[in-house]
Design a binder for this molecule. Structure first.
Ligand SMILES: Nc1nc2c(c(=O)[nH]1)N[C@H]1C(S)=C(S)[C@@H](COP(=O)(O)OP(=O)(O)OC[C@H]3O[C@@H](n4cnc5c(=O)[nH]c(N)nc54)[C@H](O)[C@@H]3O)O[C@H]1N2
Ligand SMILES: Nc1nc2c(c(=O)[nH]1)N[C@H]1C(S)=C(S)[C@@H](COP(=O)(O)OP(=O)(O)OC[C@H]3O[C@@H](n4cnc5c(=O)[nH]c(N)nc54)[C@H](O)[C@@H]3O)O[C@H]1N2
Ligand code: SF4
Ligand SMILES: [Mo]
Length: 741
């Protein structure tokens, strides 16, 4: 046995979903031979799902790009990193010079949130580009929740999470954590925690148009008509008011606008709204009473409540119910984590809190208001297609696959094909990157260090963890932050040949000066610092954070070196009440009745009058899949076909569809085909198809995924439909016609 073949263990936080599980890898030389849950991990205690195991496949996937690719004619050529960066400069600099800053757009995909080497450099890239055309997966996902958090609590990241380990009643709407492993709620082993809740005598209630894996665990599941959460929640709030059950308790002194909110919602009685929801009024009243009666309860709404016409209203009503029943910010209720690093709600606001505003500018074509500096992702195609000043002529796509993830995928596909340049930071040649002029691939999870930036801000428990690089790249791939620094340099006009270390030092110094007084900043910058890049930024945020060592002032405090010495992580305790300390509104109160939200109730009242569509399509997340990727990993690609359309038996009979047969779905002029799975798991009038499939486009290099490409749900969906307040896309409850084919 050679030394290299002695198996060795390494630990790594899983970067694949929001649960952030600790993994334990067994390696022989460069080969990953096993992946297990890391039993000693203070946060996930050994939990793992099939995707975590697939880190092994991801590391070894021969289709995963290891060198940059540059377009030459109709194909791609592998080039050196210096050549690739030079090509980016050759393409992007003239677009900026000739057409202005807005001519280069940016799309930030889901993995950006999981990769701190990307995420921490995004603000600098946006500043350097100076473009108004910033798009991201946020407007396909959680923007309503962030908008509501900004308006109510003063910070878009102050989103409360259920304190599941201490609650007595958990009401889940539009989420399937048993498959998704939780979202805006970092909760490894949701299943185990839900079972423990029931063992304690607590209850889990699920409202979902499909009897999901989470619903299977629940004490009670109700089918809810897609898009009707706003009505259900209004009905529950109105019932609480009418029945004298409003009891905010200790929160009362921190509330502004309670009377206005109560006055605005009380007319939506259960009897009035029930027909829109497909639930009996009596059930809605009972759910409201049980929520009020439970000693500790939490309402949790997730993507199903966001990706609809009333995403912002529904997200507001979730928080309103938690407030009205006194469950916000109390143990066992909906609570605010206190993250060790990067949480703006643990830092004072420079210059004092300001009102949370949106619409500081509008998109050029549709006049959609900016939210958190972003334009809706559903405006991307029209901004590329529509001539005139400010037209997007080049895109930088970072870890995203909008051809499959954004509604009207075929239009996005055409728009991307028409660009002067597309720079793609991606690890695969896929549906989107096939249009790229240059592809810059990041390393595998073993080749990059890891520190979670957003997810500890939504965690079921406070903890801090860090994973160093396990195996440096064999092909000399730079870390992702280094590619980001190159892009920043190019956007700043310094050129691709910049000294990355020097520019990174300057960016770090700027960060230090922003956070500390000039004297302290100067002192700190003189200290020797072993870290560079994203690690240095994480170290700074940790050390200045709420548990930090403040560079020696707090002897037991956290630093990155301390986390590195604890691969199992450092537990920082159960969630604790944070109001009023957490609030960043100018009033210092919870602003329960934002004007824009109350005004939107008129739109909801009007929608109550319109008849529901005959058949609507919803999405579906599956344990062994991850949005538009990971379909190329053999461990996950095994088993039955996943991209099937669930159809209720009564609808199958109505439309002449048979189990295992094919169906054509049509919406407006767009149509797709799919295999039929007849099941009473969906409610009548609702069909379900997962998103992120459709790997049969020419030029895609995903050999495993190509064997079962599936169909692209987003080729069917309408890019004109969004929640007007948040700009979030409507991805659920969209009317479709069905016919056998
Ligand atoms: N119809 C419908 N559409 C949806 C949804 C839905 O529920 N229904 N969900 C929406 C949601 S919530 C989201 S978040 C979006 C997600 O959609 P996108 O933001 O497009 O993200 P993904 O589909 O996850 O694709 C991730 C891309 O990043 C690449 N990648 C993976 N790891 C890395 C890495 O380490 N570095 C780099 N540089 N690249 C990497 C992958 O190859 C892939 O191209 O889809 C949205 N679209
Ligand atoms: N295995 C796996 N895990 C993932 C992902 C993945 O693709 N695969 N994606 C990750 C991403 S990017 C995200 S954002 C999270 C999302 O995490 P979740 O929010 O848990 O997402 P889903 O599993 O899609 O659950 C949404 C649920 O809403 C239901 N629904 C649809 N429309 C409506 C409606 O109008 N009202 C109500 N009440 N319910 C509705 C759907 O039937 C579904 O059960 O998951 C993440 N985790
Ligand atoms: S639940 Fe999420 S974080 Fe945990 S192993 Fe699975 S993919 Fe990774
Ligand atoms: Mo997402």
């Amino acid at each position: 046995m050679t030394i290299a073949s002695v198996p060795e263990k390494a630990t790594r936080i899983c970067p694949l979903c929001e649960a952030c599980c600790g993994l334990e890898l067994t390696l022989t030389g460069d080969e990953v031979v096993a992946v297990r849950g890391h039993a000693a991990d203070v946060f996930s205690h050994g939990y793992i799902c099939p995707k975590g195991v697939a880190v092994r496949d991801l590391h070894h996937d021969p289709d995963r790009l290891r060198t940059p690719l540059v377009r030459r004619g109709s194909g791609f050529e592998a080039v050196s990193w210096d050549e690739a960066y030079a090509e980016v400069e050759r393409l992007i600099a003239p677009v900026l010079a000739a057409h202005g800053r807005d001519a280069v757009g940016l799309y930030l995909g889901n993995p950006v949130a999981h990769k701190y080497g990307l995420l921490l450099y995004v603000p600098a890239l946006v500043r350097a580009l100076g473009t108004a055309n910033v798009f991201s997966a946020s407007t396909l996902d959680q923007m309503p929740k962030q908008l509501v958090a900004g308006l109510l609590f003063g910070s878009p990241m102050s989103i409360p999470v259920p304190d599941i380990d201490r609650t007595d009643l958990l009401l889940v709407l539009g989420a399937n954590p048993a498959a998704s492993n939780g979202s805006l709620w970092t909760v490894p082993d949701f299943r185990g925690r839900a079972r423990a809740l029931k063992r304690r005598g607590g209850r889990l209630v699920v409202l979902d148009p499909r009897r999901t894996e989470t619903a299977e665990l629940a004490d009670e599941h109700h089918f809810l008509r897609p898009g009707s959460d706003v009505f259900l929640l209004l009905g529950m709030a109105a019932a609480l008011i009418e029945e004298g059950l409003v009891r905010p308790g200790a929160l009362a002194q921190h509330l502004a606008g309670l009377d206005e909110a109560v006055a605005a919602v009380r007319e939506f009685t259960p009897e009035r709204i029930a027909p829109a929801t497909a639930l009996p009024a009596a059930t809605i009243r009972r759910l409201a009473r049980e929520l009020a009666a439970a000693p500790r309860a939490a309402v949790y709404g997730r993507i199903g409540t966001c990706t609809q016409e009333f995403g912002t209203l529904a997200s507001w009503l979730v928080e309103l119910l938690n407030v009205l029943t006194g469950n916000l910010d109390r143990p066992g209720g909906a609570m605010f984590p206190k993250a060790a690093a990067f949480a703006t709600n643990t830092q004072p606001v420079r210059g004092g809190p300001r009102p949370f505003v949106t619409g500081r500018r509008r998109s050029r074509v549709s006049q959609a208001p900016e939210v958190l500096g972003e334009i809706p992702a559903t405006c991307m195609a029209e901004e590329i297609e529509t001539p005139g000043p400010g037209q997007v002529r080049a895109m930088i796509v970072i870890a995203g696959n909008p051809v499959l993830s954004v509604p009207n995928g075929a239009r996005i596909d055409r728009a991307f094909a028409s660009l002067d340049a597309l720079i793609s930071l991606d690890i695969y040649l896929n549906e989107t990157s096939r249009h790229a002029s240059v592809i810059l691939p990041g390393g595998s999870p073993l080749e990059e260090s890891h520190f979670d930036v957003p997810f500890p801000q939504f965690a079921y428990r406070n903890a801090a963890r860090y994973s160093p690089v396990i195996r440096p790249s064999r092909t000399g791939q730079p870390a992702e932050w280094q590619s980001m620094v190159r892009l920043i340099a190019i956007a700043q006009g310094r050129g691709a040949n910049v000294d990355v270390g020097e520019l990174d030092d300057a960016m770090f110094a700027e960060q230090v000066r922003r956070n500390l007084s000039p004297e302290l900043a100067a002192q700190l910058l003189k200290l020797p610092n072993p870290w560079r890049g994203s690690e240095r930024l994480a170290d700074l945020a940790l050390r200045l954070g709420p548990y930090g060592d403040r560079f020696g002032q707090v002897p037991d405090g956290l630093s990155l070196a301390k986390l590195a010495a604890h691969p199992e992580g450092i537990d920082l305790g159960a969630l604790a009440p944070r109001i009023p300390e957490l609030l960043r509104t100018p009033s210092g109160k919870i602003e329960l009745a934002p004007t824009s939200i109350l005004a939107d109730l008129a739109r909801a009242a009007a929608a109550l009058e319109s008849p529901p569509a005959d058949v609507v399509v919803i999405g579906r997340r599956q344990l062994a899949s991850n949005n538009s990727w990971m379909h190329n990993l053999p461990t996950l690609a095994k088993g039955p076909e996943r991209c099937t359309l669930l159809v209720h038996p009564s609808d199958a009979a109505r439309f002449g569809l048979s189990d295992g047969g094919r169906v054509r779905l049509t919406a407006d002029t767009r149509s797709i085909e799919a295999s039929v799975d007849v099941t009473d798991e969906v409610m009548p009038g609702v069909v379900s198809l997962p998103h992120g499939w459709g790997h049969d486009l020419a030029g895609v290099a995903l050999s495993v995924a190509a064997r079962r490409p599936g169909s692209n749900l987003n080729a069917l969906l309408d890019d004109r439909r969004r929640d007007p307040l948040s700009g979030n896309a409507v991805l659920s409850g969209v009317a479709v016609a069905l016919e056998p084919c």
